[in-house]
Design a protein around this ligand. Structure first.
Ligand SMILES: Cc1cc2nc3c(=O)[nH]c(=O)nc-3n(C[C@H](O)[C@H](O)[C@H](O)COP(=O)(O)OP(=O)(O)OC[C@H]3O[C@@H](n4cnc5c(N)ncnc54)[C@H](O)[C@@H]3O)c2cc1C
Length: 384
């Protein structure tokens, strides 16, 4: 039996819906949000109305229950419009995923179902000031007292932290055990006493996205807000990445594609030495490399997402896709700036934004070094 790269009619329509939304709604306002850093609530509200947000919430809780593959189709198109706005949208999916995977029906009904009805936001709060790649180095604690946990500590670099109604939080319930059953996951509401988001970070790229620290000072978390059982935190936080890393990689493909399209257009119009620069082989080959690597990246994304949907463990392939596409987007956008020459370096042209936006793909949801750590561990274990 052959493997098909053809999309179903529904998938084609879904992709087109996202592509039209990116072209008509996201891209026109992307420069404004890049300059001001204002959160694009208006765009996200429209996306919510069209069914382009919260797409993985199960049907029994009012969602669409879309597959991982459907999700990567959407992520590529939305990021093509603006990956900062795309990240703001995807941050909901990242926070929801461990809840979908591990929470009780009661928690899903309370926190996920309303999000399918009304526009609202959530955030995945795992990283800490002293613990990013090394998640096990976290210091935030949740100490059980009767039917509550008392949460203390602080999180860092949390996307959507200033606009989210609730956070997916991982904290130590048994500091000795750490990842081996010592970390637990909770839903923590932003409005609760002791929860304090910091100021918005003034980031290099994806400036439409809201990134902040969050501190927890003796926050009383009802025991009912524990996701799964005590000790499930590490497992849930990591399991979410098998779904979201292919989507992040897809977003990197979208950014690369946008940069390549601008480069093709410019190379056709701009003349040097009496002819369009596209006819200089050095430029044409640079664009050929872009096309080749974008296509390769999409292939890795589609495989990683399809494996998840087929019930095959995809951790290795999610890391292949995340590492390759992040590095690819950085290279493609940097080369697009090169194709534009001096104009590429100016904020009046669109490619410098894409280069700034692309950088974060090599950092969040596991840096490019951490992806290689995962890949090398996986392949050495497999080949032992
Ligand atoms: C804009 C933005 C949005 C983010 N959104 C979220 C979010 O929503 N939720 C959340 O929880 N976190 C979020 N993060 C955090 C992000 O996941 C971390 O920044 C990332 O995991 C790296 O952690 P760190 O910044 O502490 O860097 P460090 O872990 O200190 O790493 C510094 C450098 O050392 C390298 N390094 C570290 N360990 C190793 C190793 N063992 N081998 C080789 N190299 C190594 C890293 O690759 C990196 O280059 C976000 C970050 C940013 C900047």
């Amino acid at each position: 039996m052959s493997v098909s790269f053809s999309l179903t009619e529904e998938q084609t329509q879904l992709r087109q819906l996202a592509a039209d939304f990116a072209k008509d709604v996201i891209r026109p306002v992307a420069p404004h949000h890049d300059v001001t850093g204002e959160y694009a609530h208006d765009v996200l509200r429209q996306a919510h109305e069209l069914g382009l947000m919260n797409t993985h919430i199960e049907e029994e809780f009012g969602g669409m229950g879309l597959s991982a593959f459907d999700g990567v189709l959407l992520a590529e198109e939305l990021a093509w419009g603006c990956s900062g706005i795309g990240t703001a949208m995807e941050a909901n999916g990242l926070a929801q995923q461990p809840v979908i995977l591990g929470a009780s029906d009661a928690l899903k009904k309370k926190y996920l179902e309303p999000m399918t009805e009304e526009y609202s936001l959530c955030a995945y709060a795992v990283t800490e000031p002293g613990a990013g790649s090394d998640v096990q180095g976290m210091k935030t604690t949740a100490v059980k007292q009767g039917d509550k946990y008392i949460l203390n500590g602080s999180k860092m670099w949390i996307t959507n932290a200033g606009v989210a109604d609730w956070y997916f939080v991982v904290a130590l319930t048994d500091p000795e055990k750490k990842a081996r059953g010592g970390m637990s996951a909770f839903i923590v509401e932003r409005k609760w006493d002791g929860v304090e988001p910091g100021g918005k970070e003034d980031n290099m790229g994806q400036r439409a996205s809201d990134t902040r620290a969050v501190s927890f000072d003796n926050v009383e978390v009802p025991a009912a807000n524990l996701i799964g059982k005590e000790g499930d935190g590490w497992k849930l936080a990591m399991a979410a990445f098998d779904y979201t890393r292919p989507a992040v990689a897809a977003a990197a493909v979208g950014v690369g594609k946008a940069a390549m399209e601008y480069a093709i257009q410019y190379a056709t119009e701009r003349k040097a030495f009496g002819r369009p620069i596209a006819s200089h082989q050095a430029i044409a080959f640079m664009i050929a490399e872009m096309a080749m690597n974008i296509e390769a990246g999409r292939g890795l994304v589609w495989k990683a997402a399809s494996m998840k949907d087929d019930g095959i463990r995809n951790t290795l392939h999610a890391s292949y896709a995340k590492a390759f596409c992040a590095d690819m987007a950085m290279k493609v956008t940097t080369d697009a700036v090169q194709v534009f020459g001096g104009y590429g370096y100016s904020k009046e042209y669109p490619v410098e934004k894409l280069m700034r936006d692309a950088k974060i793909f090599q950092i969040y949801e596991g840096t490019s070094q951490i992806q290689r750590l995962i890949i090398s561990k996986e392949i050495f274990v497999r080949n032992r």
